[in-house]
Design a protein around this ligand. Structure first.
Ligand SMILES: [Zn+2]
Ligand SMILES: [Zn+2]
Length: 433
């Protein structure tokens, strides 16, 4: 991420620490009561609107397109002193750039090539332009690269304080006039939603637990284990996704193989379709076996206990990464996030993951991946839906270790491909070769 490595301008200053930058920005967001998702969504919505206008104009009216793309106003972030300065008293004409809604005016600077994500994601969307978003009402503006939407959402990264490409979260909130999300602050209200019988029958917190105490205790546990929330969330997500894919594949095979099991078949059907029917039956019985041992977390005493002496059968559940065995219990309806986020995928099942090397297992709801990643919440100590962080870390140990190895450290020293800001002989700026 240093200047000259992945990008000419650098994602981080020469001596900045990635972790310190991310921690500082999280603190800023907490103070603003705005989530990373809100910022990424806000930027994405505005930029998408501009890109749509731009594409349509390019096709319909190339002279207006030329005028709106006027050279002098497009931001050259690599040369910060060249970025135009606006105030409420000195605004650009409205016939340049692109207008979004009744107050935003956006300028785009397209460059050749792509700025790759330093984490090495296979991601190329919006990685070849920089932007300047101006709020015409206040005269405030913010600049940044298109890639930032991905960096904020996926890596919680707004770029280093010393990078010319940094997108200052406070500025985004001001320019886009994002409204603070009260729910991020109103802990007392949150607590009552988390009690048994409110948002969920079993409750996310015990009847008298304090949310803050739970959050603090788990934060300390993770710090001592030197594992990050995202590492746990990512590892859980990978394991569950792999098991869900296997389950879908099996269901798909069954759906493609008529007739329905248990359905009375006519003599003719049996005569004509005996082969496929029995194939289907065997698939179905495989599916039923794999869905054994479903954990009913609302009745903890019913959750099967496994150990090194008592493993689940190898033909049950779904095997992931060779050593992890995953079981699902789906339920009707969706479990809402108590923070009132938009409906969350995976909010309709519970899981049980057994580590076949150690015999240890961990249970939890599918929603927990979101709760850990977005709200640093593993569930209250008294909740049957709690995912015990240390247990999860031990069960997922290898997955977490693998994941960590390919993340930040790797991202810092990737090939020196990105040449963000490089100026080509024709005056265009480059963004990777
Ligand atoms: Zn990435
Ligand atoms: Zn949420």
């Amino acid at each position: 991420m240093r200047p000259g490595a992945y990008s000419e301008g650098g994602f981080l200053g020469q001596t900045e620490s990635l972790e310190a930058v991310i921690a500082k920005d999280s603190q800023t967001l907490r103070k603003l009561s705005v989530s990373r998702g809100q910022i990424a969504d806000g930027l994405e919505e505005v930029l998408q609107c501009v890109l749509d206008q731009r594409r349509d104009l390019l096709q319909s009216d190339s002279s207006e397109y030329q005028q709106r793309e006027g050279e002098c106003l497009i931001p050259d972030l690599y040369h910060p002193q060249s970025v135009p300065h606006f105030t409420a008293d000195s605004l650009p004409n409205t016939d340049v750039g692109y207008l979004v809604g009744d107050k935003l005016q956006v300028f785009i600077s397209q460059y050749r090539g792509l700025q790759e994500c330093p984490w090495g994601c296979d991601y190329e969307h919006w990685s070849s332009f920089d932007f300047l978003i101006l709020n015409r009402r206040s005269g405030r503006y913010v600049t940044g690269p298109g890639l930032i939407v991905h960096l904020i959402r996926k890596h919680h990264f707004f770029e280093g304080l010393e990078s010319p490409y940094r997108v200052d979260p406070t500025k985004v909130v001001q320019v886009l006039e994002l409204v603070p999300n009260d729910l991020l602050l109103s802990i007392p209200d949150l607590e009552s939603r988390m009690r048994p019988g409110a948002y969920s029958e079993g409750g996310f917190l015990g009847p008298s637990e304090s949310l803050e105490a739970v959050l603090t205790k788990d934060r300390r546990t993770l710090e001592e284990a030197q594992v990050k929330y995202d590492q746990v969330a990512d590892a859980l997500e990978r394991v569950l996704q792999s098991a869900l894919d296997q389950r879908d594949e099996l269901l798909d095979q069954i759906a493609r193989t008529p007739p329905k099991p248990g359905k009375l078949r006519t003599a003719l059907e049996i005569a004509l379709g005996s082969a496929s029917a029995s194939h289907r039956d065997s698939l179905y019985s495989e599916f039923e076996k794999r869905d054994l041992h479903m954990p009913d977390l609302s009745r903890p005493e019913s959750v099967p206990r496994f150990s090194l002496d008592n493993f689940p059968g190898a033909a049950t559940g779904y095997l992931v990464e060779g050593t992890l065995q995953v079981f699902f219990a789906g339920y009707r309806g969706l479990q809402d996030c108590p923070w009132d986020c938009a409906p969350i995928p995976w909010a309709c099942f519970d899981f049980l993951i057994v580590n076949r090397r150690s015999g240890e297992s961990v249970t939890g709801p599918g929603l927990i991946v979101h709760l850990i990643r977005e709200h640093q919440f593993f569930g209250g100590s008294e909740s049957p839906y709690r995912v015990e962080p240390l247990k999860a870390i031990r069960v997922l140990e290898r997955v977490i270790a693998e994941d960590g190895a390919t993340s930040a450290a790797d991202a810092c020293q990737r090939l020196g491909l990105g040449q963000r800001g490089q100026v080509f002989s024709d005056g265009k700026r480059g963004g990777g070769l």
